[in-house]
Every structure is written in C-alpha cells, then in structure tokens.
Design a protein around this ligand. Structure first.
Ligand code: PLP
Length: 375
C-alpha cells in the first residue's frame, strides 16, 4: 500500500490522535510507571470494566491484539482442529489468520454488495453444501464500521445450529437497532491497533461476552491456561493486554462516542458533496444501523484511474482490500465469490478520521470533481 506522508491538511490519524490526547496519555503512562505493575494489574481490570460499560456487555477480557482476540474466542468455545469457521471472502487477512491460529479450517462465503458484510443467503447456501459440514461458527465482520445484517444472519445461524461471533475491529461505536456492535453475538473480538476508532499506542485487543463461563475461560487461555500461577489448567497462549496500553485506552475511551460522531459528520459531508456524482457510489447505510465510519469507502468502476488522480493531487487514499481472502495464497479456496471480487476491484477509501477538517473533506471532493470526463 502506498505510504502517504502527512501534510497540514491531511494529518495522519494515529499521530493526530496522540497529539490531541497528549496530556492525558502522558498522565496515564506516568500512573503506570509509578505503580510498578506492567502486566494484568489495576489498569487492565479498570479498562475491561469501563469498556464493558461502554458496550453494555457483562464481560470484557483484554488480550494482545485483534487477531489474538479471534483466536482465543474460538479456543474458549472449544472450536479448533476438525471444525470449520465461516468468514466473509472480503475482509482483512487478519480475520482468516486469527481463525487458522485456533486450528479450525477457514471457509468463505460471499458478501452483501451494498454493505460489504457477510451475505445471509451466501451463508445459507454454504451451510447447505458439503463444505458446510463441520461448520461450528461464522465470524461476522462489521466491515468499515457498518453493522452486518444481523437479523437474517441470526435466522440462518439458528436454522443450521451454528454460533455467530462478531469481529468488531472496525466497529467500535456502531449500533444495530439501538444495540452496540459487540453485544450481538455469543462473543465479539475487538482490535485497538493504532488506526482503529479506539486506538492504543501499540498492539492491543479484547473479547466481549455476556457469558460468565466463557469470560473465565478467556482469562485462563490468555495466560497459559493458568488458574493459579505456574499451573496450566487448560491449554492456553500468551496474549495479555499490558498495563500501559490499558491505561492509554482508558485515557481515550471517554472521547470515543464523540470521535465516532465526528466521523459521521464528515461522512455526511462527503455524502452531500459526492452523492450525485455519477462516477462513484457513496456508502449506503442500512435502516436501523448507525455506521461507525472506521473507513469512508466509495465504489467506482474506474477505481484505479480515480486512485491515481487523487494520489497525484496529494490526497491520501487507500484500497481496503485489493485481494479477496479466497484469492490469497495462504487461504486459497477453490471457489469464486463474485461480490467479494467486484468489491476488491472497485472500493476506494477516502481520508476520514476525527481530526480531519471539513476543509480537507471539501478539498478531496473538489479533486474528485476535476476528474477529466475522458477518464
Ligand atoms: C476486521 C479486522 N479484524 C481483525 C483485525 C486484526 O486486528 P489486529 O491488527 O489488532 O491483530 C483487524 C485489524 O487489522 C481488522 O480490521
């Protein structure tokens, strides 16, 4: 992916976010250094309970990253070798990697063409086919921050007796019919990678669940399966959220709601400026959904032309994601997923984060409007 140097009009997100919260972040770091505790202490417990309150869920268990969150979530459910897990064919590769780390086999289903989230009909077809045998769960990714079609996915899951899990790495602050994403499935994985809506200053992740027994298993699994020190009760891993990242996340959490609202305001400005542009499609938001706008992604048949045009004008754009998972060598699947493949060829992420100005959004729209008609 092209690296875009930050410019005054287009500050890079993680850095702008750090500068915005600088005083609070320094105070949080100092508190951790003063405490002398670096792993699984008061900051992690406090963050887990504050984030659980934010979501409206009973338990949050901090882990080392979003990919780890997917792995430990599956392990906690006893899903591993011999089981299959469905993931959408259009998603970041971390989604498939996390599942594979649990030992389960990844199988793909296609996405919905408007929201890029798992398509209930494609899931249903898969579960009725021979590949559907052995499927224990589907990992539903709320891609770009748009909640997936939960009602229909749940209907399909109930019919086939599989568990629905959420991947909320891009959906902190999104809502589906008034409920936060992260409270819909049996468990939900979060990433706090530095570009996410709630961003740590390094790798960090968490799993949310209402189930007390699963939360207890997650706590064992994240630390070698220890119930008491040095004695592994079950097979575990090392994936602990550290005190420093937890303290930094606590410093930013009170601003999450407002920062997602700011993303929505900027997205609405893009919609207003670009909605009538016949050469691209702005992202629709399904009824009952509140989009968290981790990314603002337009679709354009001449995507690569538009990409070059914007890059030449110094606009930091990106393609999330250029190669669908089933076409990647590590996950290669012997099938085609037309909607996922079309998405990979047409999507373009325009600059969007809460520290971007309206002036910057207007500048992007002006450059798009100057795309020559011959292109
Ligand atoms: C949808 C999704 N799932 C999982 C992950 C993995 O998170 P992490 O990078 O924290 O391992 C990411 C982030 O890259 C993501 O965007």
């Amino acid at each position: 992916m092209t690296h875009h140097p930050a410019s005054p009009l287009f500050p890079a997100f993680p850095h702008a976010d750090q500068l915005h919260h600088q005083a609070r972040l320094h105070e949080a770091m100092q508190r951790v250094f003063d405490s002398g505790r670096l792993i699984l202490g008061a900051e992690v417990s406090a963050f887990e309970s504050e984030f659980a309150t934010f979501l409206g869920v009973k338990h949050v268990v901090g882990v080392g990253s979003g990919t780890d969150a997917i792995e430990v979530m599956l392990r906690a459910l006893g899903i591993g070798p011999g089981s299959r897990v469905v993931v959408p064919a259009f998603a970041p590769s971390a989604v498939a990697s996390g599942v594979m780390r649990s030992g389960a086999e990844v199988v793909f289903a296609d996405i919905d063409k408007d929201t890029f989230t798992l398509c209930p009909d494609s899931l249903d077809n898969l579960l009725r086919s021979p590949v559907g045998r052995g499927v224990k769960a589907a990992l539903v990714v709320h891609l770009y921050g748009h909640p997936a079609d939960w009602l229909n996915l749940q209907r399909v899951a109930n019919e086939h007796g599989i568990t629905l899990l959420e991947d909320c790495a891009q959906a902190h602050g999104a809502k589906w019919h008034g409920r936060m994403t992260g409270t819909l499935g049996k468990m939900a994985a979060f990433s706090f990678y530095p570009t996410k809506n709630l961003a740590a200053c390094g790798d960090a992740g968490a799993v949310a669940t209402d189930d007390r027994e699963l939360a207890e298993r997650l706590r064992l699994i994240r630390q070698y399966g220890w119930r008491e020190r040095q004695v592994s009760a079950i097979h575990g891993v090392n994936s602990r959220l550290d005190e420093l990242q937890a303290a930094l996340l606590r410093a930013k959490l009170p601003w999450l709601r407002e920062s997602v609202n700011q993303r929505r305001r900027l997205a609405a400005l893009y919609d207003a400026r670009l909605g009538s542009n016949r050469r691209l499609t702005t992202p629709p938001v399904r009824g009952g959904c509140e989009h968290a706008f981790h990314q603002y992604v337009v679709r354009c048949e001449r995507r690569d032309t538009l990409l070059r045009h914007l890059e030449n004008a110094g606009i930091p754009v990106a393609v999330h994601y250029p190669v669908p998972l089933h076409q990647q060598p590590a996950f290669g699947a012997n099938s085609t997923f037309p909607t996922a493949e079309a998405a990979a060829e047409t999507v373009l992420s325009l600059p969007l984060h809460p520290h971007l100005s309206e002036e910057a959004v207007n500048a992007v729209c002006e450059v798009i409007e100057t795309l020559p008609p011959s292109c």
